[in-house]
Design a protein around this ligand. Structure first.
Ligand code: FEO
Length: 171
């Protein structure tokens, strides 16, 4: 594998692990604020981010490439309100998307078909994750300052999916 692409994929691991950490921090904050549905959804998101990191790790190992695990910074643990907290999910997903797109461009220039296939899965996944974050932000805007509205959104999220969001990709 090309050295720069290998370094890029290893660096990208930081974003996936950091997102997992960030979502778990958010999950604890929501649970402490009596919104267990948000917490359930965010714990699942945190697990999904770990599985994304593992997907890249597996790809590198299948190709006999060195994996370099990153240090993960402490995430933010306090949030002003639910709306601002969920905004940080969208920002995180957008950062990940930009990184995946850069890696995809690199893989395409190099003609690395294996990496292209890997990154195509991530492009689809990112579209769905950004869509879920936007759908949730939309729901929260509708709820406004109403505690009852927030509880309704929380109840919907207790099923583990975001109402109005696209389905997760297979695999
Ligand atoms: Fe793995 Fe949500 O980025």
């Amino acid at each position: 594998m090309d050295e720069k692409l290998l370094a890029g994929l290893n660096e990208h691991l930081t974003l996936e692990f950091a997102a997992s950490h960030h979502y778990l921090a958010l999950a604890t904050w929501f649970e402490l604020n009596d919104l267990p549905g948000f917490s359930t959804w965010l714990r699942q998101q945190s697990q999904d981010e770990l599985s994304h990191a593992h997907r890249i790790i597996d790809h590198l190992l299948e190709r006999d490439q060195k994996v370099i695990l990153p240090a993960i910074a402490q995430p933010e643990n306090d949030f002003e309100n639910a709306q601002l907290a969920v905004n940080t999910v969208l920002e995180s997903e957008q950062r990940v998307t930009r990184s995946i797109e850069r890696l995809y461009d690199m893989a395409e220039k190099l003609g690395d078909r294996g990496a292209i296939l890997l990154l195509q899965w991530f492009i689809q996944e990112q579209m769905e994750e950004e869509n879920a974050a936007r759908a949730l932000i939309g729901r929260l805007k509708l709820a406004g300052d109403s505690g009852l509205g927030l509880l309704l959104v929380d109840q919907e999220l207790s099923k583990g999916t975001v109402p109005g969001a696209m389905e997760e990709p297979e695999g």
